[in-house]
Design a binder for this molecule. Sequence first.
Ligand code: CIR
Length: 257
Amino acid sequence: MFTRAITRKPCRALIDGITTSMFGEGKPDYETAAAQHDKYVETLESLGLEVLNLEADERYPDSCFVEDPAVVMAECAIITNPATDSRNGEKFEIIDAIKKYYADDQIFYIEAPGTMEGGDVMLVDKHFYVGQSDRTNKEGFEQFKAIVEKFGYTATAVPVTEGLHLKDFVIYLEKGNMLVTPTMNEQPAFAEYNRFVVDADELYAINSMNINGTVIVPEGFPKTLKTIQDLGYPTVVINNSEFAKIDGSLTCLSLRF
Ligand code: CIR
């Protein structure tokens, strides 16, 4: 069960967020993004989470994507080392929020030359799958593994060959079910799960998010919504279009614990 989340309001500079345009063309509209973010926070609250919604930080265009500079779990928090210059400083700005919930001896740090972003980290029960991507390197993974093993977790690396982060291409919906791309469907690491391949025109909907049994699904992806509903999950649909334009998905916008 999640009881808390940390989010950060989008800043006006989000129009300059990094993008490969893999999920949408054009620049985000700030006002629309702010309204969508409000709705996101309200949705988390409606599902029982107490949300710490941090103030916007204009110095970092991508700073609303708080999932990347930290990884949180019940026993500890790990401050990551974001790989891009424009995002690396976000790791310093998330620490005060993390310290509200974790003692100093529960907070760990990924150090250079290790890089890591939380979008590459997917937890299944007590096992972490960690994407090896342009953002998370082998050294980052090895440091992460050594930290989480102290708390009884295991971790394995998974190659990310299709784009930004692991969780853009595979998501665990709980109860043994995963949404995957055709490539992740062939990944031996995921062979033991019930895998549902998402159509190429609905790739963005892979990053749906299970919060305490209810799955939040991005608006506009009816086939994936039906797949999730047919599996028996209650769903909530929200529009995330402005974040999609800068490669941001649903999980990116919060730390949940
Ligand atoms: C970036 O490229 O870093 C941002 N524009 C998007 C980050 C999305 N984060 C995530 O998937 N966890």
